[in-house]
Write a protein of this length. Structure first.
Length: 301
C-alpha cells in the first residue's frame, strides 16, 4: 500500500518563509559564509521537525546587486590605435600584430566587452588602416560590435574625433589599443571612481630609482612622489568633451593632462605592471609570457 504524506498549510508557509530568508541574505550584503549557511540550515530544521521557535525575521530583500549595471551611468570606451609599427620594426602596424593568433587590437576590444557587453565601443584608426582592419575582422570572424572612426594627425585630434562619435553621455574611457592585458577589475575600478568623482586615471608606482636631469647635471629624486600613468583614463563625458574644446598644446601627452588644463583635480586608481603597452619587439616577448600566465587571455567570440 502506498502511503501519502501530507504537509500542513502552516508548515508549508513556514518553509516558504525560510526560503525567503535565505534568498534575502543571498541578494544583500549580508550573504552568509559557508559556516554561516550551515548554521542557517540547522536553524531551519529545528522548527520544522521539533516545533521550536521561529528564527529572526529575514533581512529586507534587495535587487540592488542584480540591477546595478542597469541603473549605472552609460559607459563608452574610445580605443585609440594609431601606431605605425616603426618602433616595432615591422611593416604591419603594431595594433594588427598577432598575439596567440589574433591581432592585438582584438584582444584589447574583447577586454572591454568582457567587462560590459553593453559598452559602447569606438575604435580610432588612421584612415589608411581602416580597410585592413575590416579585412582582419572578416578573416578572424570578429563580431564584437564597434564603430570605427578615422583619427587625426596627433593623439589629441584622434581622441577628439572619437569623442565626436560617442552617442552616450555617461562615463567614457580612453584606452590605448595596444594595452591588451588590462584586467576587468582595473576597468571596473576606473569607471566606478569616475562615476563618483568625475574622473579616474590608472597608474602604478615606480619600481626603479629615478634621477632628474638638468643640462649637464642630474640629481636623485624621491620616486614615491611620482606615478607611471597607464590607461584606461575615465571621465564624465561632458567634462572630457569640454576639455577637448581647448586648443591643442605640446604638453598634452594624455587625456588627464588635457582635463587638468581646466583646473580639475585628477583622481588616480591602481593599475598593474602587467598592463603593458606593446610598442617594441621586446614587448611582444613579454606578451607571450603574459599569455602563458593568463589562460583567460585566449578568448574567442
Amino acid at each position: 500500500m502506498i502511503r501519502y504524506r501530507f504537509i500542513r498549510l502552516s508548515d508549508l508557509g513556514f518553509i516558504i518563509y525560510q526560503v525567503g530568508a535565505i534568498l534575502g541574505m543571498l541578494f544583500t550584503n549580508e550573504c552568509p559564509t559557508a559556516t554561516g549557511f550551515s548554521n542557517i540550515t540547522n536553524e531551519i530544521r529545528k522548527p520544522l521537525f521539533s516545533g521550536i521557535k521561529k528564527p529572526d525575521p529575514p533581512p529586507a530583500f534587495s535587487f540592488s546587486r542584480i540591477f546595478t549595471r542597469m541603473t549605472a551611468n552609460p559607459e563608452s570606451a574610445i580605443i585609440v590605435a594609431g601606431g605605425s609599427g616603426s618602433r616595432m620594426q615591422s611593416n604591419l602596424p603594431k595594433q594588427f600584430l598577432t598575439v596567440t593568433g589574433q591581432p592585438i587590437l582584438m584582444h584589447t576590444i574583447r577586454r572591454f566587452y568582457n567587462y560590459n557587453p553593453e559598452i559602447e565601443l569606438v575604435i580610432v584608426l588612421p584612415q589608411n588602416q581602416i580597410a585592413l582592419w575590416e579585412a582582419l575582422c572578416a578573416q578572424h570572424a570578429f563580431e564584437i560590435k564597434h564603430q570605427v572612426v578615422a583619427g587625426g594627425n596627433t593623439r589629441f585630434q584622434s581622441v577628439k574625433n572619437g569623442l565626436a562619435a560617442v552617442l552616450q553621455t555617461g562615463v567614457v574611457a580612453v584606452h590605448d589599443g595596444v594595452r591588451p592585458f588590462v584586467s576587468e577589475k582595473i576597468i571596473a575600478d576606473a569607471f566606478q571612481v569616475a562615476g563618483e568623482k568625475g574622473n579616474a586615471v590608472v597608474s602604478v608606482a615606480l619600481k626603479d630609482s629615478i634621477r632628474e636631469v638638468q643640462g649637464e647635471t642630474n640629481q636623485a629624486v624621491d620616486r614615491s612622489h611620482f606615478r607611471l600613468i597607464q590607461t584606461p583614463q575615465c571621465f564624465e563625458f561632458a567634462l572630457l568633451k569640454k576639455a577637448y574644446e581647448l586648443p591643442e598644446e605640446n604638453t598634452f601627452t594624455d587625456d588627464a593632462s588635457v582635463v587638468e588644463k581646466l583646473g580639475i583635480n585628477i583622481n588616480l586608481t591602481e593599475g598593474s605592471y602587467e598592463n603593458i603597452k606593446i610598442t617594441t619587439p621586446e614587448d611582444l616577448l613579454w606578451a607571450e609570457v603574459l599569455h602563458q600566465k593568463r589562460q583567460g587571455f585566449k578568448l574567442q567570440k
